[in-house]
Design a protein around this ligand. Structure first.
Ligand code: GTP
Ligand code: SPV
Ligand code: MN
Length: 574
């Protein structure tokens, strides 16, 4: 269902306030409560009734999704100091969370199935799987019993951020298509339509029904001759999806349109073309690093009707974060996300590294005209990528479909603030889906491999890998990134058109000298960006093979093992 349709459906469902529990208190923002009961479909009403019996809330409000309702809720939260108005921007608000509730909590995110193997493969070395957390239905029942009964009885203290970090649990029941989230109000832990439904539950539905639910942006790219193509790209959290999806191309004559910045649902149509929709209605994007220079389209999008989380603020009612790159006018002071006075140069950052903006997609000035098209947009290329400070070239192309699936399965990236990981470590993150898989990665890879053979006459997208984050010895990025990333999209488009030359290397096809447009770029060291250090790749290929064989055990598809062995062999012969 498209976001617009989901919204309409919810509005239809949720017309009146449910008044089966007469309440002495009448919250002033429950504008729909006078309209009586009756329009809720039976099964929805049953769900609400049983949940209410369990959680014992004082009152119930069924959302209509109206603008009036949103304003009433924000007004109430403002009166209780849970949000702060940002008067420099029309209808913009700041919510600062409890410092213990600032990111997704992967260690407390579980998938509940009868059989453990439906959720995670069994590692061959006897250790616990790193590909998700399985919980048995019995343990789940017990854990729920320790959390939900009466949990809404005690009034929430109005001026503090409601969370319960010791008891946080985000549970998914893919067989029942059900999600239960307790104890966190942050992003992907609590916006249940996002990672919980549109990726974890939807990936299971997609496997059952023959489609794909992926952690991918979708963008349209039009070359100077007017040829338009759509591509999808999977990068791990905080690795550049929003920025690429809204890019302002720095090569003259190119145009980018945004379809989505985080999630793609894709299926092959009757003509064999892979079509993608964005199931979301807005963006929940990383604030730090966003500026008029790096991402002007995001800056324009968030200039109104936006809720900011854990950013800093200026004394004249604006926002502030690391890399916002706007001067602070004389006399204006800053407050950090923790509420303390802040000055540039302070040891602690002004905004939390995972601070974000939540904003309607329709406000983005470059939304593609097809972004809500129910049949989706046709995808010509799939791009994988990650944060690789060392060894991984700017761009390379897969030899064929199974090799491309292997490249996706072998993705690794430096950890970011989007989840609770400490320090900068290189983590394996197959398909950028490791935290979002709703089922066994081995079965997931087989599902992707099957796409080649399941239907006849399929036009499979070509597969690429990019890395904007390679660094030199001093630790500076070798590639300017952002709007200059269109140079890589240009090469990818010309590969699709059969017009760009490539060299075959052990890892894939890389641009032949001169085939990547670097015109007008100062000081870019193409050699350093594309070098393939043998020692690095020997180590990398060995680690990938070990990770996949150990973690997937008997569920590793033979075609992926074959690719891993061949990469090792090609690298050894380098
Ligand atoms: P999630 O919302 O967590 O899924 O993140 P995302 O993949 O959408 O990442 P996003 O585009 O928000 O970028 C995350 C961080 O990387 C921001 O601080 C960006 O400024 C930075 N970034 C994005 N693209 C580039 C790039 O091309 N080069 C460099 N150096 N940094 C980038
Ligand atoms: C991510 O972490 O990939 C996000 C943010 O897009 S959250 O919604 O918190 O998962
Ligand atoms: Mn994401």
């Amino acid at each position: 269902m498209s976001p617009a349709r989901i919204l309409r459906w919810c509005r239809h469902l949720a017309h009146p306030r449910l008044s089966v529990w007469p309440s002495s208190r009448q919250a002033h923002w429950t504008a729909n409560q006078q309209e009586g009961v009756g329009a809720l479909p039976g099964h929805v009403r049953e769900f609400v009734e049983s949940s209410a019996r369990l959680c014992a809330p004082q009152d119930i409000h069924v959302c209509t999704g109206s603008e009036h309702e949103a304003q009433s809720m924000l007004g109430l939260m403002e009166a209780q100091s849970q949000v702060v108005r940002l008067p420099r921007h029309q209808n913009c608000w700041l919510a600062c969370t409890d410092p213990r509730d600032v990111a997704r909590v992967e260690s407390r995110t579980v998938i509940v199935t009868d059989s453990q193997r439906d959720t995670v493969p069994t590692p061959s070395d006897g250790t616990a799987s790193k590909l998700g957390n399985w919980m048995s239905p019995q343990v789940f029942e017990r854990e729920m019993g320790l959390r939900f009964p009466g949990c809404m009885k005690d009034g929430l203290s109005p001026s503090t951020w409601p969370c319960n970090p010791e008891k946080t649990l985000i549970a998914h029941l893919p067989d029942q298509r059900e999600i239960l989230s307790f104890g966190s109000g942050y992003g992907g832990n609590s916006l249940l339509g996002k990672k919980c439904f549109a990726l974890r539950i939807a990936s299971r539905m997609a496997k059952d029904e023959g489609w794909l639910a992926e952690h991918m942006l979708i963008l349209a790219i039009t070359n100077p001759a007017g040829r338009k193509r759509y591509v999808a790209a999977a990068f791990p959290s905080a690795c550049g999806k929003t920025n690429l999806a809204m890019m302002k191309p720095l090569l003259p004559g190119w145009k980018v349109g945004c379809v989505g910045d985080d999630i793609a649902w894709m299926r092959f149509d009757s003509e064999g073309r892979l079509r993608a929709i964005n199931p979301e209605n807005g963006f929940f994007g990383v604030a730090p690093g966003t500026s008029w220079k790096t991402n002007p389209n995001a800056m324009e999008t968030i200039s109104r009707n936006t809720i900011f989380t854990n950013v800093g603020r200026t004394s004249d009612g604006g926002v502030y974060w690391e890399g916002i790159d706007t001067p602070i006018p004389p006399g204006v002071t800053l407050t950090s996300w923790t509420g303390s006075p802040w000055t540039p140069g302070d040891a602690e950052p002004c905004a939390h590294p995972n601070s974000r903006f939540c904003t309607p997609a329709s406000q983005c000035p470059i939304m593609d005209p097809e972004w809500e098209s129910p049949q989706g947009v046709p995808i010509d290329a799939i791009i994988f990528g990650g944060r690789r400070p060392e060894g991984v070239p700017l761009v390379y192309e897969a030899f064929n479909w199974p090799h491309g699936i292997f490249i996706g399965s072998a993705m690794r990236s430096e950890s970011t603030a989007a989840a609770e990981h400490k320090g900068r470590v290189i983590l394996h993150d197959p398909f950028a889906m490791r935290p979002f898989l709703g089922y066994n990665l081995g079965h997931y890879l087989q599902h992707w491999l099957n796409m080649e053979t399941e239907g006849s006459g399929r036009h499979l997208p070509r597969i690429f890998h990019v890395n904007w984050f390679r660094k030199d010895r001093e630790g500076s990025y070798l590639w300017p990134g952002f709007g200059d990333n269109c140079r890589v999209l240009d090469w990818i488009c010309r590969r699709l058109d059969g017009e760009a030359d490539a060299l075959e290397t052990p890892v894939g096809y890389v641009p032949a000298p001169g085939s990547l447009d670097l015109s007008g770029l100062q000081g870019v060291q193409a050699e350093a960006l594309f070098s393939l250090p043998k020692a690095f790749w020997e180590h990398e290929a060995a680690q990938i093979r070990e990770y996949l064989t150990v973690q997937l055990g008997p569920d590793l598809p033979p075609a992926i093992l074959w690719e891993a062995e061949n990469l090792q062999r090609r690298v050894a012969e380098m």
